[in-house]
Design a protein around this ligand. Structure first.
Ligand code: ISL
Ligand code: CA
Length: 579
């Protein structure tokens, strides 16, 4: 076979085609080169021993975070909130939740982070606020209250509102009746999270003002919660009879989305050198560019939920089949997303506070394979052409706790869904079995710092149970062990930063039909890097399609693997190759 010919047909990359003014090699925006580390403040480190993680707790651990080599900390919501949905129900956007500390604590944390070269982005929740927010408290008083139009109402004299499902409501309905004004209000999430009405210019101005408030304090950007939901068809038409319940597609990304994004860009985002990330619930490769096309006035990045939902059984709540997910579909999906955002920039993640632990969901958390498979997944995230997002604890290969008793759960999603199933006489046992694998609380257990009580997270009983495996899985133990997941993570980040092909090279999938191994090539100018990842617990072979190894850059096995095309269980190798 003529390798050269085969190769040149496959690699359609011209380095010059990549460099565009402003976004080319010279003008790389900082957020394209960054590695993001997500911190769930409630679960990271408790400085005052009340069992709840807090801002000063994060400040204490900034040296640890900096030592990882990551660039950006994304903090889940830290604003005033009654915490029905752990801060995604904000009652005052300009104040810090007292459990987490004060504004001074936050400013101190931000200054210290900046001193250590770390950037901080905040989680901004534009689609809904808390029902305890002053706006809603006012709005519900009377139909002519000045804040009435901050929310979506359906007057009861018009009859029942058209069916809309809610993510978290026990009765599954996104409309909640209020006797006082004889109207229903809209809440796509729980009844304590009324949707804000972005059609109202006063709502938009209030939101932009809040963003300026935090940006002027020096924060480095925002992750924007369920951004596609801000524009809706506010006529609320009846759903078509054929409608199958995929409501995210149906009632987000409404007619004024582009207008709102452009306005937000003009009035706020364009004034700062920041990172802006949309949470892209329901966004597909067909619509992603509406959010991140550099030619538009919009955001920098979007992370999609298509990857997170891969493998779930249709029409069942977050349930995986015994066989798990199919690697061929995983490869296709990430390749499709890579291609879709080629002229912009991608993001990649395998977990967050809404998901199971990365190693439990996508790798293998059995004793034999937990570490090696976690390292393999880290290798994937740090070698794709996208800004990688890690969730705190991924670097330690922290795994699911798998609560089997409903009383251990804290998350509104699990608790309300449990209640809903119970009221409908559904199969609660099956629900708990599936939650052991996919529940959001799996990722919300306290960070495992050491072997002391409560894993060193707190001296008091934490708000949610610590994973009992902390005695063996913890940062202190991994700090000094040369080949620990923690130290592998650090090495991998350095490798990414030193290797232009990994940082911004083109991506090309190889051996697409291989059901066990994910193989791809990254190329920048004359540098070719091949990444081969065995997603299986058996030895697996792959076809390097003629590429010849020049130099091994990194791998998750101690000893080198001299056989280029045979991988050991969950083996990951990154190597420079030549044709
Ligand atoms: O968590 C989910 C599935 O288990 C998602 O459907 C999630 O509800 C959706 O992606 C929106 O998530 C965001 O908004 C929610 C909040 O609960 C999540 O934590 C947040 O990431 C409401 O604000
Ligand atoms: Ca605390």
């Amino acid at each position: 076979m003529n390798l050269q010919a085969g190769v040149s047909k496959k690699i359609t990359i011209a380095p010059s085609g990549y460099a565009k003014p402003g976004v080319g090699e010279q003008g790389q925006a900082w957020w394209k080169q960054a590695v993001v580390y997500q911190v769930y403040p409630r679960s990271f480190n408790d400085s005052n021993n009340d069992g709840i993680g807090d801002i000063n707790g994060i400040t204490e651990k900034l040296d640890y975070i900096a030592s990882l080599g990551v660039d950006v900390i994304w903090l889940n919501p830290i604003f005033m909130s009654p915490n029905h949905d752990n801060g995604y129900d904000i009652s005052d956007y300009k104040r810090i939740m007292p459990e987490f500390g004060t504004l001074a604590d936050f400013e101190n944390m931000l200054a210290q982070a900046h001193d250590k070269g770390l950037k901080v982005i905040l989680d901004f929740v534009p689609n809904h606020c808390s029902s305890e927010h002053e706006w809603f408290q006012q709005a519900r008083q009377s139909r002519d209250n000045p804040y009435r139009d901050f929310f979506h109402w359906w007057p009861a004299e018009k009859g029942l509102p058209p069916k809309r499902w809610s993510f978290f409501a026990v009765d599954a309905s996104a409309w909640r009746y209020e006797k006082k004004t004889n109207s229903y209000y809209l809440h796509y999430f729980s009844a304590t999270q009324p949707d804000l009405n972005w059609e109202n210019p006063a709502v938009r101005q209030a939101m932009y003002q809040i963003m300026h408030f935090w940006l002027k304090k020096g924060v480095d950007g925002f992750r924007m919660d369920v951004l596609p939901f801000i524009s809706k068809d506010t006529a609320f038409p009846e759903l078509p009879a054929s409608f199958q319940g995929d409501f995210v597609k149906y009632y987000a990304q409404g007619p004024h989305l582009q207008q709102y994004l452009a306005e937000m860009y003009d009035q706020v985002l364009s004034h700062y050198n920041i990172m802006t990330v949309a949470e892209g619930t329901g966004v597909t490769t067909d619509t992603v560019m509406n959010f991140i096309d550099p030619k538009r006035k919009a955001l920098n990045l979007l992370y999609h939920d298509e990857g997170m939902n891969l493998g779930y059984l249709p029409n069942q709540f977050k349930t995986l089949p015994e066989s798990g997910y199919k690697l061929t579909e995983f490869k296709q999906l990430y390749t499709k997303w890579n291609d879709a955002v080629k002229s912009a920039w991608g993001s990649v993640c395998l977990g967050n506070h809404d998901q199971a632990r990365m190693v439990s969901r996508w790798g293998n958390d059995s004793e034999a394979y937990r570490e090696v498979s976690a390292k393999m997944l880290m290798t994937f995230l740090l070698t794709m052409r996208a800004t990688p997002f890690f969730y705190a604890g991924d670097e330690l290969a922290m795994s699911n706790i798998g609560f089997d008793d409903i009383s251990d759960y804290r998350d509104i999603e699990t608790l309300n869904m449990y209640q809903q199933i119970k009221e409908n006489g559904g199969d609660l046992h099956a629900f708990i079995e599936s939650q052991k694998i996919t529940a959001r609380d799996n990722s919300r257990t306290p960070f495992q710092w050491g072997t002391q009580a409560f894993a060193g997270f707190s001296e008091a009983k934490p708000w949610i149970r610590v994973n009992p495996n902390y005695k063996t899985v913890n940062a202190a133990e991994q700090q000094t062990r040369k080949n620990s997941p923690l130290n592998y993570f650090r090495k991998l980040i350095q490798l990414r930063k030193q290797t232009p092909a990994l940082l911004h090279g083109e991506y090309q999938l190889l051996d697409a039909d291989n059901p066990d191994v994910f193989v791809y090539l990254r190329q920048h100018q004359s540098q070719f890097v091949l990444v081969a990842l065995n997603f299986k617990a058996d030895k697996s072979a792959f076809d390097a399609q003629g590429w010849i190894r020049r130099k091994r850059l990194l791998g998750n096995y101690k000893s080198d693997n001299m056989e280029l095309s045979q991988l050991r269980p969950y083996e990951a190798i990154v190597m420079e190759v030549t044709s």
